[in-house]
Design a protein around this ligand. Structure first.
Ligand code: GLN
Length: 482
């Protein structure tokens, strides 16, 4: 049996039936990483010894029939901006190349408590800024569906590791689409739950009011399982409030019935937009699937969505610039070897430690926050954000979901260089959910020519259960060929 092909739930039932042991599965994954990852470049750090040690402990618990957590024996990878105590955490930056956190993020604490196996830390765009993993100091990851292509980003290593069968589940973070877009590019399910569902303690901050941890799975139920383990309020992160809707039971067998009478909104703007041909045809097919199964589609005016990309970059850069201040080479992180005074130490360390994209965002952020420009840019953008939020709330009062493609483009070739602005523009479908704190996820359409297009579902805040149920129905319908 090819153990690395199994879903997380299949692994768990296999352990329960004594079909194979956790150690066998963990070793199979470590072997696969050894063989394939030189080429795929999904991992930055592999935790071989700890993984095997944990696997043995979990096997013993299975033998002793002890009560166990919901991730029992499942091998998991974590984006390298999430701290695992005593394991190097780089954020894919030279700045943190040798940084070993002495603290445990709430996320990794929960994985450990739930008897999950942490296989290692995976690649990403530097400090989560990007959409391709090409801004990583450790070089880009490849897309397992076609190794000439990018896997997307910023959580591209998570998606590449899972699609490349180098883990069974993966944790990522999503500030403007960083879970959903790589999930879409690699043919996976990626879920960003409601803002505040999962503690950000121990997760390197990009933009505080947008960042949200989420999950990657081979199917909807796997991705939802991981969220159940991670959800919860934590005293260490005052913005984490928990989210009971992630624990709502659902009935997979009956899931198609969830689509009946479901009210779905499609922004008019999206219907009129020029999209990649393949994306457009899969989007139309998705709409058809929902309609055939009894969902009601309404075209809605949401003109504020025109401004999402610009607004997102003004506000996030305004948050990024001060967040990056802590990397000064004095307390921790990269320090230049030669300098003649403090000032020079700071500037040289930062000049050497940060890559181009991070510097660009720090500079723009600093500029737009300065006294004379804040009024014209930053404060105005905050108002537009409120407008977008209000529009989303109004539409989601009468509809359960907003439906669109996850990305307007397909993954492009690794060596192709697209301009930063072109890259930013491609996030137009994923950003609105982060603006409003809504749950949002990507589900793959069937593969054609080896590639799949992701369809995005967005629901109202704390209605994650409604989104996940609709996704289960949609997935089931696709599997049944309807
Ligand atoms: N691609 C987006 C950006 O570059 C999103 C990043 C993210 O979600 N971390 O900002």
């Amino acid at each position: 049996m090819d153990l690395t092909k199994l879903k997380a739930r299949e692994l768990i039932s296999g352990y329960e039936n004594r079909d194979f042991s956790v150690e066998e599965v963990t070793r199979a994954y470590l072997e696969k990483i050894k063989e394939d990852d030189k080429d795929l470049n999904a991992y930055i750090t592999v935790c071989e010894d700890q993984a095997i040690e944990t696997a043995k402990r979990v096997d013993k618990k299975f033998q002793d029939r002890e009560e166990m957590g919901i991730l029992r024996g499942v091998p998991i990878s974590l984006k390298d901006n999430i701290a695992v105590k005593n394991v190097r955490m780089t954020c894919a930056s030279k700045m943190l190349e040798n940084f070993i956190p002495y603290y445990e993020s709430t996320v990794s604490e929960k994985i450990k408590k739930n008897d999950g196996i942490i296989l290692g830390k995976v690649n990403m765009d530097e400090f989560a800024m990007g959409a391709s993993t090409k801004t990583s100091y450790f070089g880009p990851s490849k897309n397992p569906l076609n190794k000439d292509l990018i896997p997307g980003g910023s959580s591209g290593g998570s998606a590449a590791a899972l699609a490349g069968e180098e883990c069974a589940l993966s944790v990522g973070s999503d500030t403007g689409g960083s879970i959903r877009q790589p999930a879409s590019f690699c043919g996976l399910v990626g879920i960003k739950p409601t803002y505040g569902s999962i503690s950000r303690f121990g997760v390197s901050t990009m933009a505080n009011t947008f960042d949200q941890v989420g999950s990657f799975g081979k199917d909807v139920e796997d991705a939802a399982l991981l969220l159940k383990a991670l959800e919860g309020r934590s005293e260490k992160d005052a913005t984490s409030v928990g989210n009971p809707s992630l624990h709502e039971p659902y009935n997979e067998g009956d899931s198609i019935t969830y689509l009946k009478g479901l009210k779905i909104a499609i922004p008019k703007l999206y219907m009129d937009m020029e999209l990649n041909e393949r994306v457009k045809s899969d989007y139309n097919k998705a709409i058809e699937i929902f309609e055939k199964n009894g969902a009601e589609i309404e075209i809605v005016d949401m003109d504020s969505l025109k401004y999402v990309v610009e607004t997102y970059h003004i506000i996030t850069n305004g948050e990024i610039a001060p967040n990056m201040e802590r990397f000064d080479g004095l307390r921790y992180a990269h320090r230049a070897k030669e300098y003649s005074n403090y000032e020079e130490m700071f500037s040289k360390s930062r000049a050497e430690g940060f890559g181009e994209e991070v510097k660009r965002r720090i500079m723009i952020g600093t500029h737009i926050l300065s006294l004379e420009f804040a009024k014209d840019y930053y404060y105005k953008a905050l108002k537009v954000r409120n407008m977008i939020k209000r529009d989303m709330e109004n539409v989601l009062k009468n509809n359960q979901l907003i439906l669109c493609p996850t990305s307007p483009i397909l993954p492009y070739r690794i060596e192709e260089n697209i301009s930063p602005v072109e890259m930013y523009k491609a996030d137009l479908f994923t950003i609105p959910a982060n603006m409003a704190g809504c749950p949002s996820m990507s589900i793959p359409m069937p593969k054609i020519d080896g590639l799949s297009v992701g369809i995005e579902l967005t629901a109202n805040r704390f209605k994650d259960d409604e989104m996940i149920k609709a996704a289960l129905g949609f997935e089931r319908s696709i599997n049944n060929g309807i």
